[in-house]
Design a protein around this ligand. Structure first.
Ligand code: GCB
Length: 605
């Protein structure tokens, strides 16, 4: 599925803005056909936004069930004769959409786009009603999982991840056109002959173009033109698949987001351009070799964070202001990477990462498939993770679809160097291996150009993990000195080093994808006690001493970039406070400490 774009043959209209809005905790709206008439409501809701914190109302914040959104849209008069598509960049966690009274699409999964051809239902120049019922209920068969309980006080939702279950239409909604015969998908993959002069020989851009349209419309040809950032043509090709050679390429590299542009044209027998699509291309290679993670054949050391899409009032809504600000903070602090913990982020984030030369570990929304952690930390009822009644074969199908959608969406981003197919699942049992083996195989089959991994939890320490041989990169979340050996950094250091030295024997690259300590901004302590800014800095120093002793460690991503909202709990004070920045992006002392270390690492190149 291609992103909507304005090109010579395509046009798009954003449907962001204020939509009519109505909550529906019982699902009554489906039976009462709320889509068939103007929504009976006086409430409006901004799109994009999580609806939870926009209104000062606990019922809205903690709502469980459907949220109905409706808007009227006028189809531009000039769109007559075009194919018209309705696209949601995301709706969390699932949605049913109607155009007029016709149901047009259903989608499961809160963080990937879906779209539908609505040509037959719209008329150029006329208005049409668009309605979406967006549901936020989590089950053992959803990604991420959760449980809805009916209680005498109403429906309550419990979930197994440590971030607030924000819901709604979090990203843009588009109405856009393509010609009837059109480019429906483009895949690019790049290679570089690193043995060339000066270490960089020719680059190769392999491309594959899919087309769709009128049956039998075979009288079109694909032509591609690759241009450099200055607009000069560097290679051309013909045919739906091919390989373009770029002599002396300007490589995409961490810190250097150099992009080429592939102009994909569908050309009719008469030589007329039928459709035109523009795909950015970063020429680079990624490889795991022994315990090294190589980008462009050079060892890469990840510095940065696990992030969240999270901010006050907006919740998980994509916001360009925050995007640019967050990336500026990454640059300020010397970070070269982040993980999209714990779900695929908005498309705009990856585009910007491509342009900024920021490296991304791209994660599917499989977080919380671990009842051991949940019963321990979140007070959930003790149940087993992988059983026919909990995470089961159906869950795995949903999980597989989520992996496929993630890879289909993000495959062309040079910034994405590693897929993470789960965060902290149970991984120390036979059942977990049975569940995950086919998912690793699927991800590797869908993308043969990038490594695939998962993020290991502390409950599955070295020697017990049943997925260690399946993962290309060992990704570890560890909280020595925080959740264990709390406050005793000397003991924590010994324990941490001992475990890490175990992992190092596997001869795979190790990225520490989480280490962090909750820190209340402004709380100070002469003796660096937990929760103080001094402790957070001392905690990070201790971790860095450990990492620096283990050459197989090829990256450190602090948990978290910024404080973020969670469900309520006795160990959460208005959310998780492990941010290097506060929720409104002010630096804690640790941010300055990280900056001292990471700008030096960046300088070493
Ligand atoms: C973890 C999770 C992350 C939590 C973090 C914490 O291991 O991956 O989602 O927020 O720990 O702070 O407890």
């Amino acid at each position: 599925m291609l992103r909507p774009l304005d090109t010579a043959t395509r046009e798009r209209k954003s449907l962001t803005g204020l939509w009519d809005f109505r909550l529906d905790g019982t699902g009554a709206g489906h039976d009462a056909r709320w889509f068939a008439a103007p929504l009976e409501t006086t409430t409006t809701m901004p799109v994009p936004a999580s609806y939870n914190d926009v209104l000062p109302d606990a019922e809205v914040r903690n709502h469980v069930g459907d949220a109905w959104y409706q808007t009227m849209v006028r189809v531009p008069r000039g769109w007559d004769g075009q194919r018209v598509v309705l696209r949601f960049d995301s709706a969390t966690h699932r949605a049913v959409v109607w155009v007029g009274e016709t149901e047009v699409v259903r989608h499961e999964g809160g963080y990937t786009p879906f779209e539908v051809d609505v040509t037959a239902l719209v008329t150029a120049g006329e208005e049409v009603r668009v309605t979406a019922a967006v549901n936020n209920e989590l089950t053992f068969q959803s990604i991420p999982p959760g449980i809805v309980k009916d209680t005498p006080q109403g429906r309550r939702q419990q979930y197994f991840h440590d971030f607030f279950n924000y819901a709604g239409i979090h990203r843009s909604v588009w109405l856009y056109t393509t010609p009837t015969n059109h480019v429906s998908d483009v895949t690019v993959a790049t290679d570089v002959d690193h043995r060339g002069a000066g270490g960089t020989g020719a680059g190769t851009v392999r491309y594959s173009v899919e087309t769709a349209g009128d049956e039998g419309a075979t009288d079109t040809d694909v032509q591609v033109t690759l241009r450099d950032a200055a607009g000069a043509t560097v290679a051309t090709g013909a045919g739906a698949e091919g390989a373009l050679t770029v002599t002396d390429p300007h490589l995409w590299a961490p810190g250097d987001g150099y992009l080429y542009e592939l102009d994909v044209e569908l050309v009719g027998a008469d030589g007329q351009v039928v459709d035109s699509y523009l795909q950015t291309v970063g020429i680079r290679t990624v490889e795991v070799r022994g315990a090294e993670f190589l980008i462009n054949d050079e060892p890469f050391y990840f510095t940065g964070f696990g992030k969240h899409e999270d901010s006050a009032i907006r919740g998980k809504a994509h916001d360009d202001v925050l995007l640019v600000h967050d990336f500026a903070l990454l640059d300020w602090i010397g970070a070269n990477s982040f993980r999209t913990s714990h779900y695929p982020y908005a498309d705009e984030v990856y585009d910007y990462a491509d342009r900024q030369g920021i490296v991304v570990i791209d994660e599917v929304a499989a977080v919380g498939q671990n009842m051991g952690v949940m019963s321990g930390l979140l007070g959930a009822d003790p149940v087993e993770t992988f059983t026919p009644d909990t995470v089961n074969d159906e869950s795995r199908e949903v999980h597989a679809a989520a992996i496929a959608e993630l890879i289909a969406r993000d495959k062309n981003h040079p910034s994405v160097v590693l897929w993470s197919i789960a965060n902290e699942p149970e991984s120390n049992t036979e059942a977990s291996r049975k569940y995950f083996e086919p998912l690793f195989a699927l991800a590797k089959q869908l993308d043969t150009t990038r490594p695939v991994g998962f993020v290991n939890v502390m409950l599955s320490p070295f020697g017990t993990c049943q997925l260690a041989d399946l993962t290309d990169v060992i990704m570890l979340n560890r909280y020595y000195g925080w959740y264990v050996d709390t406050g005793d950094l000397r003991t924590a250091e010994t324990h941490w080093l001992a475990e890490l030295q175990g992992w190092a024997t596997l001869d795979k690259p190790i990225v520490i994808t989480e280490y962090g300590a909750d820190t209340y901004p402004g709380l100070h302590s002469m003796t660096a006690e937990p929760w103080s800014e001094e402790f957070q800095s001392a905690y990070l120093d201790m971790n860095h001493r450990v990492f620096d002793q283990v050459p197989q460690v090829v990256g450190e991503q602090v948990w978290n970039f910024a404080d973020f909202q969670t469900s309520v709990g006795v160990f959460r004070v208005d959310g998780n406070k492990k941010g290097a920045f506060t929720r409104d992006r002010r630096p804690k002392a640790a941010a300055h400490r990280l900056r001292e270390r990471w700008t030096v690492i960046r300088g070493q190149g």
